[in-house]
Design a binder for this molecule. Structure first.
Ligand SMILES: *[C@@H]1O[C@H](CO)[C@@H](O)[C@H](O)[C@H]1NC(C)=O
Ligand SMILES: *[C@@H]1O[C@H](CO)[C@@H](O)[C@H](O)[C@H]1NC(C)=O
Length: 440
């Protein structure tokens, strides 16, 4: 695959300061050395043939998963003088490389290039990073049910699973809960997905495939999202099976102490919810969008809190700006339009702007000090969201400007000739999230 050198747009000072540390993004996604990988697999096969059956067993679980990452880093150190290895996070003060970093990954600008398209027949894969309570469930359903495809996903309602295969062969083009399942962990974050998606797909399709990944996510206004997560937990949902994988291992119990005793936190009050210092709801979006290896993963003594926050936020912004697509829960129509234009695909239904997404009702019932506390707890998310809003508008304006039929298109989103638009039932999916969050 031809790698384009794209200069990263500098959007604010923190972001630009941070660029050189953020190259782990490209390292993980793009520059994997297949030949070294292949020779490693050959060794694996050789050992297996030698009758060491147990090695083969462990290899698939642990050894291979870690070792296959190594060529990635060595490959990169040839070009950039980075000394770090996998599992050893890059520090903010690590060896400076040219701060004018080039970006060999697929940036948004790449995706919009005229000679470039998401190619379902080739090896392109969409990866949906689903952050809790952002409306990701309904978006995930749109992806598997409502895209107008040459070969639509074939869905099995009882199993809550769809096969989203390429037109010409049975290979996934979509990595998401409803297609592949939570293969990289329940609500896997950026850190988990980028270290896992490729090897998961390798398991099914063989490792000789060089894929291009198109990450996408939804962000939501942080206070509404936090309150929505609170109500969800209050009803008894947990995400206790999330792995919080980072730096080659899952976060330990000491790093992520539970906020409650027993199976759930059912009945928790908002004040209790906000008072738990380990509650992952606070700044969830920033944390899930950031490369946590840069901040020592879940080890909070690795860095001063202020530094940790600064790096995490800068990394989250950077990763968001590098995503092929993102949308805001509060702007469904814009999200639909941007998706369709970016990928040159069409949805057969209009995305609904449900009023519940604002959760203004709950907000108005809070005491002023509660609102203050929640804002403070989500300060990073608020800044990330503001950044996302600006970026979203810019992408939207750019697409609008090059679309001669914008007004017509925008007023008829989701109306495809020959396909009756079925109404989308948001409530059904809210319910569905509740159940699966408890059970998975
Ligand atoms: C966390 O980081 C500190 C400082 O770098 C280190 O001394 C400590 O061993 C780390 N803890 C774990 C569990 O890795
Ligand atoms: C959503 O809110 C708007 C304005 O607040 C209102 O006009 C509309 O009827 C509401 N829609 C639903 C489905 O409740």
């Amino acid at each position: 695959m031809a790698k384009k050198s794209v200069e990263v747009q500098v959007l604010d000072s923190d972001f630009s300061l941070f660029l050189r540390e953020s190259i782990t993004y490209e390292i993980k996604m793009e520059s994997r050395s297949k030949s070294k990988l292949r020779s490693f697999v050959m060794i694996c096969i050789f050992l297996a043939l030698s009758g060491i059956i147990y090695f083969g067993y462990f290899c698939s679980e642990q050894v291979c998963a870690l070792t296959t990452q190594k060529p990635t880093w060595t490959d990169w150190t040839l070009k950039f003088p980075i000394q770090d290895n996998l599992g050893k996070p890059l520090s903010i003060h690590s060896n400076p490389i040219n701060s004018k970093a080039t970006n060999p990954g697929l940036s948004y600008d790449d995706v919009l290039n005229d000679n470039f398209q998401f190619d379902m027949n080739a090896h392109d894969v969409m990866v949906f990073l689903h952050i809790q309570k952002t409306g990701g469930t309904s978006f995930g359903r749109h992806l598997v049910q409502d895209l107008d495809l040459q070969r639509p996903c074939s869905c099995h309602r009882k199993r809550k699973r769809c096969y989203c295969f390429r037109p010409n062969r049975n290979e996934n083009w979509l990595f998401s809960r409803y297609s592949t399942g939570w293969k990289c962990g329940l609500h896997a974050d950026w850190t988990e997905l980028t270290s896992c998606v490729d090897s998961e797909l390798d398991k099914n399709e063989g490792d000789s495939v060089k894929r291009r990944y198109f990450y996408m996510t939804l962000l939501r206004e942080p206070i509404s999202r936090y309150l929505s997560e609170f109500r969800h937990v209050q009803r008894g949902a947990t995400w206790r099976n999330s792995r919080h994988w980072c730096g080659g291992r899952a976060a330990s119990g000491a790093e992520l102490p539970a906020c409650y005793q027993g199976a759930t936190w059912q009945g928790v009050t908002l004040d209790q919810f906000a008072a738990c210092p380990h509650n992952l709801a606070a700044n969830r979006q920033t944390r899930m969008m950031a490369d946590l290896a840069l901040v020592g993963c879940y080890n909070t003594s690795y860095m001063q809190p202020a530094e940790r926050n600064r790096v995490m936020l800068a990394s989250a912004k950077r990763n968001l700006a590098s995503m092929a697509f993102f949308a805001l829960t509060e702007h469904q129509k814009v999200g639909q339009y941007v998706f369709e234009e970016t990928f040159n695909l069409r949805f057969a239904v209009p995305f609904e702007q449900h009023n519940a997404t604002y959760s203004s009702l709950t907000l108005s019932t809070l005491r002023p000090d509660q609102v203050q506390t929640i804002r403070k707890l989500n300060a990073l998310d608020l800044e990330l969201y503001y950044f996302a809003l600006k970026l979203m508008n810019r992408r939207f304006e750019k697409l609008k400007a090059r679309d001669p039929h914008f007004a017509e298109r925008f007023s008829h989103l989701g109306e495809l000739p020959g396909r009756g638009a079925s109404e989308f039932n948001w409530d059904q999916f809210v319910e569905d999230t509740t159940l699966s969050a408890k059970n998975t």
